[in-house]
Design a protein around this ligand. Structure first.
Ligand code: GLU
Length: 490
């Protein structure tokens, strides 16, 4: 590690994420944001949100707002960023073009960058030739030695050009990744990277380094896919005579086949997770476990606990497989950790409650279903029999295996008679009443309870039957049993 890098570690952390607004907000953004933000909070530093919108061909206008709301939903708030303010405005790279031009003219003046006038045709021909000869692909430096004055007049004449980094011909570039150790790359392997494209916009490499310097970023904590670009970044830092930040490349989330997580094989949009009814705390808990494991193996935790125990240096370099089954399990665990009032509020505010349901009704019914609730979007389906009259059950469902129509009719009639005479419609009264019905009829348990369950809920997987009866109330229960009796009798 060079001395600059170790100095960076001692400073109050200033970290950032730099998502690109190119589509739906990606789960990988939340993953990296979680570690960055937690690291900033631990060191009482700042977490910065910068919008990397320099790739105009992939830019999508709605995407930025979606990123903000997804991060806010997750509680991953930032200290500096577009709209939120901060001392380094603007935080959108498309609004910082002057800054990059200044940076690049400094690089040209010091002989570390040069204009390149090669046409796209020449570059693709070069590529084909290199491929055929099985040579390393990359720019061959044809424009490196164009006289400065000549280059200037060609630029003034409006000739299309890019600006490239002049990578030293010999030697090597070295830096330390805080998780992976020392990385060394021979300069001959590094391409003369484009810094400014022909449309005048900077490339990712220049914009990110220029901004990381301008924003005083101490730790660059980002996805592993950028590790390969870091030597180029190091060369830019060095050419600008700036200290390096600490680099830390977080392992990529992966599909089951170990490929980089992709929407063909996994849900990746943060909006999807929200719409499915995952709780923010469960998704964060899940993401935290993808990169890190607590010493005590306690897998279910909240973000305060995470902040207490997590150390960015302890991030794993393994290949974490994105496992939705595990996320479902964690979501269920977090659902059951919530107070019923809080869960009610979430169901309502996130639009998962049936529109006809009152807050009070939801609070009443929730304890019956939380045990089996995995995603909040299942709530309506699991409880629809409560809020509205369900479709009548199928006749076959009212007649359990090995029973018959007459038995079901008798059982339902006896149950209706017993239940309708109860003044107090509570589990304490319902249980003995049904026990007595069972004893008198001397049926096997399912012969009574199965038709009864279907009569009142029209489904097999409803919660505990006695709780269901008590909650629905005597009138509704008896009316629904009557309908099933009519159905069997017709
Ligand atoms: N725009 C890049 C991304 O979306 C930023 C990478 C970096 O953090 O340097 O991942």
């Amino acid at each position: 590690m060079n001395t600059h890098q170790s100095e960076a570690q001692c400073r109050t952390p200033r970290v950032r994420i730099a998502p690109s607004p190119t589509g739906d907000p990606h789960v990988g953004t939340a993953y990296v944001a979680l570690f960055n933000r937690t690291h900033a909070r631990q060191g009482e530093g700042e977490f910065i949100l910068r919008i990397d919108d320099t790739d105009r061909s992939r830019y999508q206008e709605s995407s930025e707002g979606q990123i903000f709301s997804a991060l806010n939903w997750l509680g991953l708030d930032w200290d500096e960023g577009p709209e939120g303010g901060g001392p380094h405005q603007p935080y959108r790279q498309s609004e910082r073009l002057d800054h990059y031009r200044e940076c690049v003219s400094q690089l040209i003046d010091s002989g570390n960058a040069y204009p390149c006038f090669c046409t796209e045709e020449r570059i693709s021909e070069l590529r084909e030739k290199q491929k055929a000869a099985k040579e390393r692909l990359g720019y061959d430096g044809a424009c490196r030695n164009i006289d400065k004055a000549e280059a200037q007049s060609r630029i003034e004449a409006g000739e299309t050009h890019v600006i490239r980094l002049k990578v030293p011909d010999s030697g090597e570039t070295t830096f330390t990744d805080a998780l992976r150790g020392e990385v060394k790359v021979a300069n001959s392997e590094i391409d003369d990277q484009i810094l400014i494209k022909s449309d005048g916009f900077p490339t990712y490499h220049l914009a990110n380094v220029a901004d990381d310097i301008a924003f005083g970023i101490t730790d660059v904590i980002r996805a592993e896919e950028w590790l390969i670009s870091t030597p180029k970044h190091v060369l830019i830092y060095e050419a600008l005579n700036q200290p390096l930040p600490r680099f830390l490349h977080v392992s990529l989330l992966r599909n089951a086949d170990k490929s980089k997580i992709s929407k063909r094989k996994n849900p990746v949009s943060l909006d999807w997770f929200r719409q499915e009814g995952f709780l923010p705390e469960a998704l964060l808990n899940f993401l935290a476990l993808m990169g890190w494991a607590p010493d005590d193996d306690e897998e279910v935790f909240d973000m305060d606990t995470f902040q207490e125990k997590f150390r960015v240096e302890k991030l794993s370099t393994g290949a974490p497989i994105f496992d939705l089954t595990k996320l479902d399990w964690l979501n269920g665990m977090h659902i059951r950790r919530l107070e019923i009032e809080d869960l009610t509020e979430r169901l309502i505010s996130e639009g998962f409650a049936p529109p006809e349901a009152s807050r009070e009704q939801i609070t009443t019914i929730l304890p019956l279903v939380t045990e089996r609730l995995t995603r909040l979007n299942e709530f309506s389906d699991k409880t629809e029999w409560f809020f509205a009259e369900p479709n009548p059950p199928a006749i076959e469902d009212l007649i359990p295996k090995k029973s018959d129509k007459t038995t079901s009719l008798q059982a339902l009639t006896a149950a209706k008679d017993a239940l309708s005479s109860l003044d107090d419609f509570t589990p304490e009264k319902i249980i003995p009443a049904l026990d007595e019905v069972l004893e008198t009829g001397s049926w096997k348990k399912p012969f009574l309870f199965m038709p009864l369950r279907f009569a009142v809920t029209s489904r097999r997987d409803s919660p505990d039957l006695v709780d269901v009866l008590a909650i629905l109330g005597r009138e509704t229960v008896c009316a629904r049993i009557r309908k099933s009796i009519e159905l069997l009798d017709s």
